[in-house]
Design a protein around this ligand. Sequence first.
Ligand SMILES: [Zn+2]
Length: 382
Amino acid sequence: MTFSATSTQLQDTPEARTYNRIRRRLSIADLLLNFAFLIVLLATGLNATLRDWSYHASGQHYSLAVFFYVFVLLVISKAIGFALDYYGFRVEHQFNLSNQKIKSWLWDETKSWLIGLVIAVILVELIYGAIRIAPFKWWLIAWAIYNALAIFFAQIAPVILFPLFYKFYPLTNEELKQRLIRLSENAGTRVRGVYEWKLSEKSKKANAALAGLGATRRIILADTLIQNYSPDEIEAVLAHELGHHVHKHILKSIVVQVGISLIGFWVVAQGLSYAVDRDMFPSVHDFASLPLLVLMTTAMSFILMPVMNAYSRQKEREADRYCFKSISKIAPFISSMNKLADQNLSERTPSRLVELWFHSHPPVAKRIAAAEAWMRQYPTKA
Ligand SMILES: [Zn+2]
């Protein structure tokens, strides 16, 4: 395959359009199903029945009852959503984007469900613990706990969570290592590690990311990228990831999340007192209210999606500009974008509404247009 350097005219194939439409519909269906489940729990009183059962099963032990409650809710929720998850797995195969066998997929699903259970149990126990200790100011404690946990998990993710699903090895390619060292020296920074991510065992897609915090911060590069992209193209991808690092994007996201979650917890606390005042729950620490808290949180996240995605796209544009400044020629950036779009079946030109709501990255056509504008401004980079 060849890729022209001036390819803004490249249109999406019907295949890419269909694939992305299906994926979007799947995520909307998943969200609606979750909403429906939570509303049914609250409207039918099933949440209270389940709470009574949890108390009974735990011998009236509060914390143990909370654990049973969360456990049963997550089992039901997984059972309801499983058909959609399986359909999502089938779609990846249908579009020839996955190598993963059903057994391996089922094992991954089990592991992520268990991780979700552990995180949910810790969070819910601590939140209801806070509600019991401080019925009026609990949301401040819960906010602090939530963010401490989020930071903790971001830190351990690349060393403990990701390796549960994929193998990672320190980058061995000497040429790439040298290029990265040169890039980071020019940036006056030091990258703690670059890891090769064995994505090819499960997927035909390619990807790269900056992950971790502090001592675990690293750039990860999919082997599918290392194998099929030229050193110049990989350097462009590395320079983009380095841009995230230099502009402290992970730290900035944490700060934004800390701010937004403060408002979020306050809103949830208001909603909970309102519900208790209207006798929906006998007391503020009645954990039968959990579906209501989750419902409010999910609704807020959905409403905030365009804002969070706009913020993310802005950071991606900043990382791209950093890349344009760092690499000697812009063409490899453009060809890497085109290769990634083809390989991952991404939409180059989604509708404006789709971009606003769903895209954490600017569409490929816009990223390439920005690169071309840069070349016109700095002709030595062309
Ligand atoms: Zn990025």
